[in-house]
Design a protein around this ligand. Structure first.
Ligand code: OKP
Ligand code: ZN
Length: 336
């Protein structure tokens, strides 16, 4: 399978994150990408599609904040990475505040997503990698793999969180939709619910969002991804959430994939954007499913059997030493 990756994605290197109340080394490290890159051969570099496809998903004020946040942090006399410490209560009115700490709170929803000096560059090229893979599929490849990093599925139109800054899958899906490849569905098989992607599309009936993930009753991101979230207004019925319990094994996982497939095809999907996380792996340090390395090819094959042109967008997976092998197994489930 053709793969894409851009070296500039490695320039995003936050030092640490706040994890369960203590500062720990940043789990979404650049070595994740190096490990996957080694396992998939030599990925082709990204092409530059510019800002327009990013601006089609993200708000201009958020993008300005993201580009300037690290410089503003340093200008305020701070060291290392920019990170917030105060957040507005949900549905507080949107204000035009100047202080960097106020802006960090306004444009984020957690304390595990610092902004480092190279964050904008890394996130920009991660999004371009997604667009490049998408373009390969629009051009006739049956599937293409975007080695995106940083990931994207927790980022909303105007917020970052969950190691995500720009929503690569949303940007790709919107681009496919605009190119007339639709109806477009996004299937998210990361361990965590793709709350940002859901937020972006849940009031729209023209792009379907389906996600299989750890039950948000027990797992991050808690406030989204419950089974009764099925879409809003024009988007009623075009959001599908399948939460699964901790300890889920391959048989139950494949059954969930089959029910997602049934709904995605009933909707008339012609093009698939896949948010793929390898953090469903039993050995993942921050996740709690029981999918084994050898199971990943079955998951890939089940998704390939949907028979749709598919752009595969990398999301999570934090067992760095096993990551490349798990991703390669997954991709091996797709025919060449
Ligand atoms: C990103 B992706 C738990 C900290 C959780 C955020 C997890 C983000 C996962 N104590 N930190 O979906 O793989
Ligand atoms: Zn995840």
């Amino acid at each position: 399978m053709i793969s894409f990756f851009d070296e500039r994605q490695l320039s995003h290197t936050p030092l640490r994150e706040l994890h369960n109340g203590t500062w720990t080394p940043y789990a979404e490290c650049a070595d994740r990408a190096r490990n996957i890159r080694a396992a998939v051969g030599t990925p082709a570099p990204a092409r530059d599609f510019g800002m327009a496809p990013i601006e089609a998903i993200h708000d201009a004020d958020y993008l300005a904040f993201l580009k300037g946040a690290h410089a503003a942090w340093r200008a305020a006399g701070r060291e290392d990475d920019a990170i917030g410490y105060t957040w507005p209560v949900v549905r507080r009115r949107k204000l035009s505040l100047d202080r960097i700490d106020a802006r960090l709170g306004q444009y984020s929803f957690d304390a595990s997503t610092p902004i480092a000096e190279g964050t904008w560059d890394g996130a920009y090229w991660s999004a371009q990698t997604a667009l490049t893979a998408l373009d390969a599929v629009l051009g006739g490849a049956r599937t293409a793999f975007a080695l995106c990093r940083p990931p994207g599925h927790h980022a909303g139109a105007d917020y970052l969180g969950g190691y995500c800054y720009l929503n690569n899958a949303a940007i790709a899906a919107q681009h496919a939709h605009a190119a007339g490849a639709g109806p477009v569905a996004i299937l998210d098989v990361d361990y965590h619910h793709g709350n940002g992607t859901q937020d972006i599309f849940e009031a729209r009936g023209d792009i379907f969002f389906a996600s299989i993930h750890a039950d948000p009753v027990t797992d991050y991101p808690f406030y989204w991804g419950h089974a009764d979230e099925t879409g809003i207004g024009d988007g009623a019925g075009t959001t599908l959430n399948i939460p699964l319990p901790r300890g889920t094994r391959i048989d139950a996982y494949l059954a969930a994939l089959d029910s997602a497939h049934a709904q995605i095809s009933a909707w008339g999907t012609r093009f698939l954007v896949l948010s793929f996380g390898a953090d469903t792996f039993s050995g993942d340090p921050i996740s709690h499913f029981a999918i084994e390395t050898e199971d990943f090819s079955a998951i890939g094959a089940r998704i390939a059997a949907m028979g749709l042109p598919t752009a595969i967008i990398m999301e999570g997976g934090y067992a760095v030493g096993d990551l490349g092998g798990n991703v390669a197994r997954f991709l091996s489930g797709f025919p060449d």
